[in-house]
Design a protein around this ligand. Structure first.
Ligand SMILES: [Zn+2]
Length: 292
């Protein structure tokens, strides 16, 4: 919990460095206009509870060194485990109250990381907050226009859906579904395509109340089994090592797409991708992992 905690606790005290001029987003590649096929989802749980797609370490390698959160495996733990596939996921975090910091020059985006994923041709899932899409609408649209990526929901506000979640402000039970829907609205306003009905709880924190409250949002919650440790990391080699140690067939890795809080993620990805390919892994989006 400590790794994500550092990020999610909002411990970023005034990153006051002046921002470089915004990098214009890369032009959207031409992609077929055909309607994308409907992404797989999981059936709701008892009494309509939001289903949770869980991963956990498999493949006889033992536990992934205790770094993974939310691995109390439920549904979905076996899917994809037979094949050497791995899903890299990137949380585009921006909290509802971080607008003034963005105004002051702090960069919550990471266009270089997106460009790198394109160069390396790594299909990936971006869990975007609605607030992020509002701050960076051109980038949000650009990511969603590229079939290499799918855009999933990481809430509008990046506030917590349970009490005691890394000190994040808490969304009230009655506001939870609205917060998720508000993020989808922000994606629509930015013109984001390739949106999938998956939701990542801020901090990965959820309980039965939250699963009930999100029933109207019709999403499948997505957890992970490998914590990259990229939040506030300074050593890309250590991040890469943690991921390479943790990945098993069918793994779902959580990383971040924000220079502000995860400045070495691109460098780590540059090491992780060729090594995992050498080990015979193929990169997939969460939708493909969920398909099994
Ligand atoms: Zn997050």
């Amino acid at each position: 919990m400590t790794v994500a905690g550092a990020l999610l606790g909002g411990a970023l005290a005034g990153c006051g460095a002046p921002a470089p001029a915004p990098t214009p987003p890369a032009p959207a590649p031409t992609s077929p206009a055909a309607a994308p096929k409907k992404p797989p989802t999981m059936a709701p749980g008892p009494a309509g509870r939001t289903p949770v797609f869980e991963r956990r370490a498999t493949g006889g390698g033992g536990a992934a060194d205790g770094t993974a959160d939310g691995t109390a495996g439920k549904a979905g733990a076996e899917k994809g485990a037979a094949e050497k596939v791995v899903a890299l996921t990137f949380d585009a975090d921006m909290t509802a109250d971080q607008g003034p910091r963005a105004q002051a020059g702090e960069r919550f985006d990471n266009p270089e990381l997106i460009a790198l994923l394109r160069r390396l041709k790594v299909p990936s899932t971006v869990f975007m907050t609605g607030r992020w899409a509002e701050e960076y609408p051109a980038q949000a649209k650009d990511i969603g226009a590229d079939d290499l990526f799918e855009v999933a929901n990481h809430s509008y506000s990046h506030y917590a859906f349970t009490a005691d979640c890394y000190g994040l402000p808490v969304v009230g039970k009655d506001a939870m579904a609205r917060d998720v829907e508000r993020a989808f609205s922000a994606f629509r306003r930015a013109g984001v395509r390739n949106v999938v009905p998956y939701f990542r709880f801020p901090g990965g924190c959820y309980d039965d109340t939250a699963l009930h409250a999100l029933t109207p949002a019709n999403v499948t919650a997505v957890q992970w089994d490998v914590v990259s440790g990229d939040a506030f990391a300074k050593d890309a080699g250590a991040v890469a090592e943690q991921v390479l140690d943790g990945v098993r067939p069918g793994s779902l890795v959580v990383m971040h797409c924000t220079r502000s809080a995860a400045p070495v993620t691109g460098e780590a990805v540059g090491r992780i991708v060729p090594e995992l390919r050498k080990r015979g892994y193929r990169f997939v989006k969460v939708s493909e992992l969920m398909e099994g």
